[in-house]
Design a protein around this ligand. Structure first.
Ligand SMILES: [Fe+2]
Length: 422
């Protein structure tokens, strides 16, 4: 290596500020976007995706930045607009949920920030004063009851609080749960009658460090199963092998057993794989098997099967995860969890698909009678498309590809907000 090479290395920005991750510097609105293929006429709504995007162009770590929403409006077979807007206030940079008519931008360290359908910030939302200082970025909407189920964590007791809001958005149940510490619990799960919490040996360290997580070998790994309307005295704990969970695929009840599919790693900062846990409510025992050994994340299922038995799941496979936490090649995977088969959609050299979300066809809850929507970014950061895939022929060319007028940085979680359910 020459001296010049070393200088270049020293000046190379961290992965989260370069290439497809590099933040954008302006808000913009563009109308009537170019489309290749045909957008299904009954796909009416807005796709919105959240992600960190530092206003200054610099941040110490990927997650430590203001959030920015990117929205694409689909209507009458056309892509009506693209907008991007910073989320004002807290760093609500992780995900988006719409419940009881409110669109909320979420990050687990703060309260939600409500935004309009045009992505403009309204302000913090605390469920009429019911919410504490923070809320998970992965609440669950029960497709059966319309309830929003979620939790918050705090450095002081109670470290974990569970909330259930009714379909109108009112918190109707709240339970303080007795756990020994504030752990890294990024996600949880629901079934028809239960909620599941992951209390694992990953404790929170210095929040100013790039990855403020500490692995604690002495901390027991346990999953808690709580009836939806239960309190701490109703919690049942299941011991599992030490691990960490990044995201939930889904969970459901099967006889006297609860089945949980989740993205699991044996420690922090190690590749995650797809696992199935089972919790036997009669024996109190847990078991687990690996469903897919590849390093994947960002799992999604059809919104109608959340908490119920699912067959399909979608993930993003990280093909070249590096020691700095960066990656530069991803493919989209469709899993058949009944057969164990997976179908890959590889968008080709230089293309990086992000999280895939499932958009239900209006009036249908069938897992394959739907569309899969995702951003596909160019690795060099030159452009981004919104891509629509048909789940019944996942590896086939896209149904439609919307050419965005500007690049979108690789980000975190998105959501399809259909008009019919507004
Ligand atoms: Fe997440």
């Amino acid at each position: 290596m020459t001296t010049t090479d070393r200088t270049l290395d020293k000046d190379t920005p961290p992965f989260h500020l370069a290439g497809a991750f590099a933040p954008v510097r302006e808000e913009r609105t563009d109308v009537e976007l170019d489309v290749v293929g045909e957008i299904p006429a009954d796909l009416r709504g807005t796709y919105v995706r959240n992600g960190p995007n530092p206003r200054t162009g610099w941040s110490p770590a990927w997650f430590a930045a203001e959030g920015m929403l990117h929205g694409v409006r689909l209507e009458d077979g056309r892509a009506r607009w693209y907008k991007n807007r910073w989320i004002a206030g807290a760093y609500a940079n992780t995900s988006v949920v719409r419940h009881a008519g409110r669109i909320l931008a979420l990050v687990e360290a703060h309260r939600p920030v409500e935004v309009t359908a045009d992505l403009e910030t309204v302000g913090p939302h605390d469920f009429g004063g019911a919410l504490g200082r923070a809320m998970t970025a992965h609440p669950k909407i029960c497709p059966r009851t319309g309830e929003l189920l979620f939790f918050s964590q705090a450095p002081s007791r109670p470290h974990l609080t569970y909330y259930r809001a009714d379909a109108a958005g009112r918190v109707v149940h709240r339970a303080a749960l007795d756990v020994p510490a504030m752990t890294f619990m990024h996600d949880f799960a629901i079934t028809e009658r239960y909620v599941l919490f992951y209390v694992l040996p990953v404790l929170l360290g210095d929040v100013r460090s790039p990855v403020p997580l500490l692995w604690d070998d002495g901390f027991p790994a346990r999953f808690g199963v709580l009836p939806r309307d239960g309190g701490d005295e109703d919690m049942r704990w299941f011991d599992v092998a030490p691990c960490t969970i990044s995201h939930t695929v889904n969970a459901f009840e099967e006889g006297g057993t609860i089945v949980l599919d989740a993205v699991r790693a044996p420690r922090i900062m190690t590749p995650h794989a797809l696992h199935r846990f089972t919790f036997d409510l009669s024996t109190g025992r847990a078991a687990e098997t690996e469903l897919d050994p590849r390093f994947l994340d960002f799992p999604r299922v059809h919104p109608a099967v959340v908490g119920a038995r699912h067959r399909r799941a979608y993930t993003t496979e990280l093909c070249d995860f590096g020691p700095d936490g960066g990656f530069s090649r991803t493919v989209a995977r469709q899993h058949d969890l009944d057969t164990g088969a997976a179908v890959v959609h590889d968008f080709g050299d230089g293309a990086m698909p992000g999280e895939a979300v499932v958009a239900a066809r209006p009036g249908s809850a069938a897992e394959d009678d739907a569309w899969v929507i995702l951003f596909v970014h160019r690795r060099d950061g030159s452009s981004t498309d919104l891509v629509i895939l048909d789940p019944s022929r996942f590896a086939s060319p896209p149904v439609a590809r919307v050419r965005l007028p500007c690049r979108v940085p690789l980000g975190l979680h998105g959501e399809w907000l259909p008009d019919a359910a507004a």
